[in-house]
Design a protein around this ligand. Structure first.
Ligand SMILES: NC(=O)C1=CN([C@@H]2O[C@H](COP(=O)(O)OP(=O)(O)OC[C@H]3O[C@@H](n4cnc5c(N)ncnc54)[C@H](O)[C@@H]3O)[C@@H](O)[C@H]2O)C=CC1
Ligand SMILES: O=C([O-])CC(=O)C(=O)O
Length: 342
């Protein structure tokens, strides 16, 4: 069951979950990457192949190269057994008995597009993968990278609900890249190792729904005036677009996303293994605000989301950001739910 949602607490610290992969694995985990041949999928698989908690790594994609990506990774001298699965007929075998399914399947943005512009293509991709999870690994933790995340998580949740296997503690939208970026930028400003920065980013994963809670940064952000805080906030909100523009038609963030996805997956596995105090921001089923799904720090445990830590105290500027985010989130969630209910 989804754990009770706690009242927002002040000054929530977000651990840098990827830093310490355990070397004494107490359990063997099967992880599936759905969309494994893509810009995110391949480096994500490369990173997961190095995680000692992963003993089976199943790569799924519709691209013909997928089995070859599997063969390539299988030559690495790390324990995880790799399998490659190509096309919908091989989806059930890929998903079967998975502990975690990470989904970066779907199209990325090109300059001038919003994440919402990806909805029409990506909605059915996520729906079909979720349907296979319902049949073949109903207890798996599902981590959705595919955009628009704000709408894809409601789609997967509705599909699992229809199949009678929905557990809100097991469906996460991956917002880790927002946290990673916020820490990178703050590290640069403060002149410290970004891995020593803890910063919650709450709300969702697009434009105004991305709310970096800079007032809770540890260490405090060394910016003197509000105009600079506003500019940093906007940079974090638009960081995805910064990459899309820089790649000039060649796609969106892939390598930093693979890093962030491997960190989130590693944290999910550490929670499943029974490690305590594993905290990450993720976009989850929520009753903290009007929005039925909301991102903020959560504790990951043996059944997925063990505890929702809330979003703590927001200053006046951050409260305004939250106010701006909610209508957009409500719209994105409705779009996803309406699609899934069709
Ligand atoms: N949550 C986040 O922070 C981020 C999300 N993204 C999103 O991740 C998604 C993937 O991005 P990239 O890897 O750059 O795209 P990509 O185009 O390089 O790779 C996508 C892969 O999905 C595969 N695919 C397409 N339809 C499929 C299906 N029905 N079943 C299985 N696989 C299928 C393609 O064959 C391709 O290999 C995009 O929607 C992008 O917007 C990207 C960056 C950050
Ligand atoms: O911006 C995009 O389209 C990809 C993405 O979600 C990100 O980089 O945050």
């Amino acid at each position: 069951m989804f754990s009770r949602v706690l009242k927002p607490v002040a000054g929530v610290a977000v651990q840098n979950g990827a830093k310490n992969f355990s070397t004494t694995s107490q359990k063997n985990f099967k992880v599936v990457v759905a969309g494994a041949a893509g810009g995110i999928g391949q480096p994500l698989a490369l990173l997961l192949k190095q995680n000692p908690l992963v003993t089976r790594l199943a790569l799924y994609d519709i691209a013909p190269v997928t089995p070859g990506v599997g063969v390539d990774l299988s030559h690495m001298d790390t324990p995880a057994k790799v399998s490659g699965h190509k096309g919908p007929e091989e989806l059930p075998a890929a998903i079967k008995d998975a502990d975690v399914v990470v989904i970066p399947a779907g199209v990325p943005r090109k300059p001038g597009m919003t994440r919402d512009d990806l909805f029409n293509t990506n909605a059915s991709i996520v729906r079909d993968i979720a349907a296979s999870i319902a049949q073949n690994a109903p207890k798996a933790i599902v981590a959705i990278i595919t955009n628009p995340v704000n709408s894809m998580v409601p789609i997967a949740s509705e599909v699992l609900k229809k199949a009678g296997v929905y557990d809100p503690a097991r469906v996460l939208g991956v917002t880790t890249l927002d946290v990673v970026r916020a820490a990178a930028f703050i590290g640069e400003i403060n002149g410290v190792d970004p891995r020593s920065v803890t910063i919650p980013v709450i709300g969702g994963h697009s434009g105004v729904t991305i709310i970096p809670v800079l007032s809770q940064s540890q260490p405090a952000v060394k910016l003197s005036d509000q105009a600079k805080i506003k500019a940093l906030t906007e940079r974090i909100q638009e960081a995805g677009t910064e990459v899309v523009k820089a790649k000039a038609g060649g796609g969106s963030a892939t390598l930093s996303m693979a890093y962030a996805g491997a960190r989130l997956t590693g944290s999910v596995l550490r929670g499943l293994k029974g490690e305590s105090n594993v905290v990450e921001c993720a976009y989850v089923k929520s009753d903290l605000t009007e929005a039925a799904y909301f991102a903020n720090p959560v504790v990951l445990g043996k059944n997925g989301v063990e505890k929702n830590l809330g979003y703590g105290k927001l200053n006046e500027f951050e409260q305004q950001l939250l106010k701006a985010a909610i209508p957009e989130l409500l719209k994105n969630i409705k779009t996803g739910e309406d699609f899934a209910k069709k």
